[in-house]
Design a protein around this ligand. Structure first.
Ligand code: GAP
Length: 444
């Protein structure tokens, strides 16, 4: 059963606290495009940093890349996107709404009372026609067919076309991988569920090039490593599961595919795909570009076209997952406490620093503590309102620790450190504060 109330609460908290805003809100908003506010940009950056660290910095066999969004239009013919990246669409001639023909059961007709499209007597649905999801634009001053280019619908193709450049420049050997984080665009017909399915989003993709015949072994390894990563960023393992693609579900490029799904308030849905893409991609780019893309394995004196195992996650979708997973409400002293219980390592603000009162020299010492803390991690200074209110604001922001400077600080040079989850307080000397906090809020 979809928990729409929880989703509404999350969307409202996201706006109130500055995680996510609707794009161009003062003009009435732009459909399924969202902007990240001060806390959201930090949270998403931490998700991406954790991914980059696990995929690139912590491994010897993966290189990073940042390919351009705009690519040669032939890339999208080779990849199969021009011909096949389509959804079947039906229009209603009466209310002018558009629906995915394969998702009519999940859609609602805009006419009242709420019914499925086609169920009102006035509904007049067209036959399904294929609608390409790529955004088109024109390169140069002439808006003609020959100048048409696309906003990339996935980052993967930028990796395939650069595979030899990276191989030559990095002196890697197969098996090796290339990782990239970047924007992708899809003109989704039925976007929705906040930042779950949007028209502009970011992907965190890694393509691992392997010798044919070893692909299923690598595929299984990558499944294991990727699920472990989702656990490591603090997601509840009980809300994560595998979904294996059956023969009817497999994308045109895939030999085998599994999705990692999360149980959102609106049901189980994909957050990452692990795909065995065989030699489809390099084969097609070799054919369409006319350039040899095979690999020479010197020690074995053999040539082959590498197979590719892909891991493809949405940065926005994982950010939404982190928020949904962290959200909780608790009764504390007769009041509802809303908490985003983020893993401290992804929390947007690591430490809040407060003077207990705005007098007796407490703000000066608090400012000194704040400056010392923020040199190492993202911190927030707050001196307005009752201390309880300040704690609650930090709970909603998901800040794991709050440091308070009080009268005892002046005498003893110690502060209280309040734990967001346990709500317990510990006295720590200012001299030891960074040593105390660092292992709790940063990666090992
Ligand atoms: N290169 C393979 C590929 O793009 P995909 O299953 O279409 O595969 C991979 O997308 C991931 O990208 C998804 O698991 C999801 O996290 C994210 N994603 C795809 N479409 C999205 C959209 N419209 N909005 C937000 N994230 C999206």
């Amino acid at each position: 059963m979809a928990d729409t109330t929880l989703m509404d609460k999350l969307v409202s908290l996201a706006k109130r606290r500055g995680f996510v805003f609707q794009s161009s809100e003062i003009y009435g908003g732009l459909g399924s495009v969202w902007d990240y506010g001060p806390l959201g940009v930090e949270l998403k950056k931490n998700v991406k940093d954790r991914w980059w660290r696990a995929m690139v910095h912590a491994r010897d066999d993966i290189e990073g890349l940042d390919a351009a969004i705009l690519m040669h239009p032939r890339v999208w013919e080779a990849s199969g996107h021009v011909a096949g990246f389509t959804d079947p669409l039906v229009d209603c001639k009466t209310c002018k709404a558009r629906f995915r023909a394969d998702k009519l059961d999940d859609a609602r007709c805009p006419q009242k009372p709420s019914k499925k499209p086609g169920e009102h007597t006035a509904c007049e649905l067209t036959e399904p026609r294929l609608f390409n999801l790529m955004f088109k634009t024109f390169m140069g001053p002439v808006e003609e067919q020959a100048a048409t280019i696309y906003l990339r619908p996935e980052t993967a193709q930028g990796i395939y076309v650069n595979y030899q450049n990276v191989l030559n420049a990095s002196r890697q050997k197969v098996p090796f991988g290339i990782a990239q984080i970047g924007k992708a665009f899809r003109n989704e017909i039925t976007p929705g569920n906040f930042i779950f399915r949007t028209r502009e989003f970011e992907q965190m993709e890694m393509q691992f090039f392997v010798k044919p015949g070893t692909d299923m072994e690598w595929f299984e390894r990558w499944r294991e490593w990727r699920m472990a990563w989702h656990h490591a960023i603090g997601l509840n393992p009980a809300k994560l599961r595998w979904h294996a693609h059956g023969p009817g579900e497999l994308a045109h490029y895939a030999k085998a595919a599994y999705d990692i799904e999360y149980e959102f308030p609106f049901g189980w849905n994909e957050i990452e795909g692990i795909h065995n893409r065989s030699d489809f991609d390099l084969g097609r780019h070799q054919e369409y570009s006319g350039k040899r893309l095979d690999y020479f394995d010197q020690p074995n004196n053999e040539r082959f076209l590498p197979y590719i195992v892909e891991t493809s996650a949405g940065a926005d979708r994982v950010t939404l997952t982190v928020m949904a997973d962290a959200y909780r409400e608790e009764e504390v002293e007769g009041e509802t406490r809303v908490v985003l219980g983020f893993d401290p390592k992804v929390a947007p603000i690591k430490v809040g620093v407060f003077p207990l009162m705005k007098k007796d020299g407490l703000p000066e010492v608090a400012d000194e503590v704040y400056r010392a803390v923020r040199r190492r991690f993202n911190a927030f200074y707050d001196d307005s309102g009752a201390i309880g209110r300040r704690y609650r604001r930090m709970d909603e922001a998901g800040t794991p620790y709050c440091v308070t400077v009080d009268q005892e600080t002046l005498a003893e040079r110690t502060v209280t450190v309040r734990d967001r989850d346990a709500m317990t307080q510990e006295r720590v000397s200012i001299d030891r504060l960074l040593e105390y906090l660092t292992p709790k809020v940063t990666e090992d």
